[in-house]
Structures are given as structure tokens and as C-alpha cells.
Design a protein around this ligand. Structure first.
Ligand SMILES: C=CC1=C(C)c2cc3[nH]c(cc4nc(cc5[nH]c(cc1n2)c(C)c5CCC(=O)O)C(CCC(=O)O)=C4C)c(C)c3C=C
Ligand SMILES: [Fe+2]
Ligand SMILES: [Fe+2]
Length: 387
């Protein structure tokens, strides 16, 4: 065995308030996050959304101390994983590659090349696969790989998702049980799984397995927990005008309160670290909503972070991946209807002179509308909630 590396993939988050705007620009520049009919409109629109959204977003980051803890926690997970792998007799170097902020995936790859890694396990820190998260990072890696003969020499393997692993499930069940046991009436508590949402189209038209994996994950956690508590699954953090996976967390909480639920324990399940959507959205916004709706006791299960059972399972996952046949980017779930997912590409394939003329006209109309909206602070993008 040559030099072994592990590349942990994650989303990234702004470390200080000045980072929020460029972070949002990077996020909305990603066609896996926001889909537009024309590729060339992606960056101007990303710039516009980042410009208009960053003040509101900064307010949220201010409420959690002025920045995301994601880099710090992910780096702690990397250190803990490296140590655990060492204990298991595997000397591996662990790298962190973020999709939208530092340390970027490209920075991690530069280090991997510098360290002359021979075997690489690519492990997303998302338990469930979505086109918008792990899928986006894999797609980026695949593009970089295609152009880099040095990377092509590395024997790599990817782990697409791992929500069904018993170590992960046990760690989640332990955290939930711990919280329940702190409650005065543990069996009365309603367990509320809150997953990050995605647009419904991703699942229904593009074949994103995310919803199925989230549902299965919830059932497996409940089975592992083995307690009599009732539970609900809902989806949080909707952005923009289109329909997302339902039920929405902000609707499900008042409904439960109306049904008479008084004790609610929220379990974040799409993400393994504390971040803005646990610390601000759940702990502040949903708590306030729950209390206003009549919930008397609102509790939240902490994220796994460096939970020892979880880190041990990550280490086992790496060892198993090294011992198994390699899984390459081309084998990972892709949108089943490529045309629907990337309408801009379909447009390019069908490019005609008429299309070019209409491209130009629509671009002009779009840009004028955007400028008017930027000046007046009013317009359709404000109306639909994107700005
Ligand atoms: C599994 C987790 C996540 C999925 C699925 C996901 C999809 C998704 N997200 C957006 C838009 C935004 N996400 C933002 C922050 C953010 N998203 C995730 C995770 C998932 N996103 C995390 C962990 C974070 C926070 C990182 C941190 O700073 O702590 C943001 C920025 C914050 C804000 O302004 O609200 C946006 C915007 C879309 C559109 C999407 C699916 C298409
Ligand atoms: Fe997100
Ligand atoms: Fe979000």
C-alpha cells in the first residue's frame, strides 16, 4: 500500500461577516443549487442574489457569533479521524475540501498532489446523497480530474452515502436517548426529525435519491433508538419560489402544537456538524415559532461533530473503502434526466441562430429588470423571496 489519503467533502461556510457575500456568490454560481435556462446568466444572477441576500444572511450569522463554525468543526473531525485511523493501524493523511468556501476542494487537491498520495478515499460529510451536496462536489472533482494527468494517477474511490451504517445510527440514537433522558417525561416527547430540504423537482424529475435516503435514515434511527416515542419528519431551510420537499418544518411545528404536542425534540439529520441552520434556524427561529404555537418544552439534539462512535465509524468506513473495489465518479448516482437538470446544456446542444437572437433579447430584458430591481429594491425577485 502506498501513501493513503482521505478527502472529506463539505459545504463550507463564511468565517466572518465579510465572507458572507462571496460565499453566497459561490453557492448560487453552482448550477446544482440554482438552475437557469442559460449558463451565461448563472454568474450575473449569482452576483445579484448574493448582493441582495447578504445583509439578511449576515444578520443570521451575527446571531451565531459572526461566522460559521463549519470549518473549525470539520477540521476537528479530520484530526480525530486521522488519529482513529492511526490507532487502527492505517497511517492516512486526512484533507478537508469545501465546495463554497475555504479550504476549497481545489486547495485540498493541491495538498494531495504535493504529498504524493497514491490511494485516496473520497468521503462526503453528508450521510445522505443529494445532487445539490455530495453530487455537486463529485461533479466538480470529476471535472478537475479530467484535466489533470497527475490526479489521474491516484487510485481513488468514492463513498456516495452512508446513512445506513450501524455506527452512525448508534451515535445518533445515543445522542437522542441522552436528550430524552434529560426530559422530565421522556416517553411523552415528540421526536421531530428536521432535514434540510431540496426542491421537489430534484427528486421527482432528476431522480435525486435524497428524499428516499432521508426517510429510510429516519426509520433506521427510530429502530436503533428503540423507544416508544411518536415521531415526525419535515424539511427546513427552503430558499426561493419553487416547491420543496414537504412537509415544511415551519408548518409541521404549529400543526403538532395544535394536535396537543407539548414537548418537542428536534433532531437535525442532514448534516453532521453544527452550522447556521442548527444554531440559528432551529435554535432561534423554530424555537420561537414552537413557543408561540403552544409547545411548552423545545429541545434539540446536538450535531454529531466529533462524537467518538461516529468518528470510529468514519474510520471503519475508510478502511472498508480501501479494501473494496473502487467506486468512480461515473458510477455515482447522476440525474436520470440530464436534460431537465441542466436545461442550459440542452439549449446549447440545440443552438440555432434564432435561439442566439432570443438569448440576447432575453438577456437584455433580464439585465434591465435586475438593474431596476437593484435600484428600487422592489420587483419579482423580492416578491418570490429570493432577494
Ligand atoms: C444536506 C444538507 C444541505 C442540502 C441538501 C442543501 C441544499 C440547498 N441549500 C441551498 C441554499 C443555501 N444553503 C445555505 C447554507 C447551508 N446549506 C447547508 C446544507 C445543505 N444545503 C449548510 C450546512 C449550510 C450552512 C453552512 C454554514 O454557514 O454554516 C445557504 C446560505 C445561508 C443562508 O443565506 O441562508 C443558502 C442560501 C439550496 C438552494 C439548496 C438546494 C438546492
Ligand atoms: Fe443549503
Ligand atoms: Fe440552507
Amino acid at each position: 500500500m502506498g501513501r493513503v489519503g482521505v478527502l472529506l467533502l463539505n459545504l463550507g461556510g463564511p468565517e466572518q461577516l465579510e465572507d458572507v457575500r462571496p460565499f453566497l456568490y459561490n453557492l448560487f454560481s453552482d448550477p446544482e443549487i440554482i438552475r437557469l435556462p442559460f449558463t451565461w446568466l448563472q454568474k450575473p444572477l449569482a452576483w445579484m442574489i448574493a448582493t441582495m441576500r447578504h445583509t439578511k444572511s449576515q444578520e443570521n450569522y451575527k446571531e451565531i457569533g459572526g461566522g460559521s463554525p463549519l470549518r473549525r468543526i470539520t477540521e476537528e473531525q479530520a484530526v480525530a479521524l486521522e488519529e482513529k485511523l492511526g490507532e487502527k493501524g492505517n497511517n492516512a493523511q486526512v484533507y478537508v475540501g469545501m465546495r463554497y468556501w475555504h479550504p476549497f476542494t481545489e486547495e485540498a487537491l493541491a495538498k494531495i498532489k504535493r504529498d504524493r498520495i497514491d490511494e485516496l478515499v473520497i468521503l462526503p460529510l453528508y450521510p445522505q446523497f443529494s445532487i445539490s451536496t455530495s453530487g455537486s462536489s463529485f461533479r466538480l472533482l470529476e471535472r478537475i480530474w479530467e484535466d489533470d494527468p497527475e490526479l489521474q494517477k491516484i487510485d481513488y474511490t468514492v463513498v456516495p452515502s452512508w446513512y445506513q451504517r450501524s455506527g452512525y445510527l448508534q451515535a445518533m440514537a445515543q445522542l437522542i436517548a441522552q436528550e430524552l433522558d434529560h426530559c422530565p417525561n421522556p416517553d411523552q416527547v415528540h421526536i421531530f426529525f428536521s432535514a434540510h430540504g431540496v426542491p421537489l423537482k430534484y427528486v421527482e424529475e432528476a431522480g435525486d435519491p435524497y428524499q428516499a435516503e432521508i426517510e429510510r435514515c429516519t426509520e433506521l434511527i427510530m429502530k436503533t433508538l428503540n423507544r416508544p416515542n411518536p415521531h415526525t419528519l419535515a424539511y427546513q431551510s427552503r430558499v426561493g419560489p419553487v416547491e420543496w420537499l414537504k412537509p415544511y418544518t415551519e408548518e409541521a411545528i404549529p400543526e403538532l402544537a395544535q394536535q396537543g404536542v407539548e414537548d418537542l425534540l428536534v433532531v437535525p439529520i442532514s448534516f453532521v456538524s453544527e452550522h447556521i441552520e442548527t444554531l440559528q434556524e432551529i435554535d432561534m427561529e423554530y424555537r420561537e415559532l414552537a413557543e408561540e404555537s403552544g409547545i411548552k418544552n423545545f429541545y434539540r439534539v446536538p450535531a454529531l461533530n466529533t462524537h467518538p462512535v461516529f468518528i470510529n465509524d468514519l474510520a471503519d468506513m475508510v478502511v472498508e473503502a480501501l479494501e473494496s473495489p473502487s467506486v468512480h465518479f461515473s458510477e455515482v448516482v447522476r440525474p436520470s434526466k440530464r436534460v431537465k437538470m441542466y436545461p442550459q446544456e440542452r439549449w446549447e446542444w440545440g443552438m440555432t441562430t434564432a435561439a442566439e437572437v432570443w438569448n440576447g433579447r432575453l438577456a437584455m430584458i433580464g439585465i434591465v429588470a435586475v438593474i431596476v430591481e437593484l435600484i428600487t429594491g422592489q420587483g419579482p425577485l423580492h416578491f418570490i423571496g429570493l432577494l
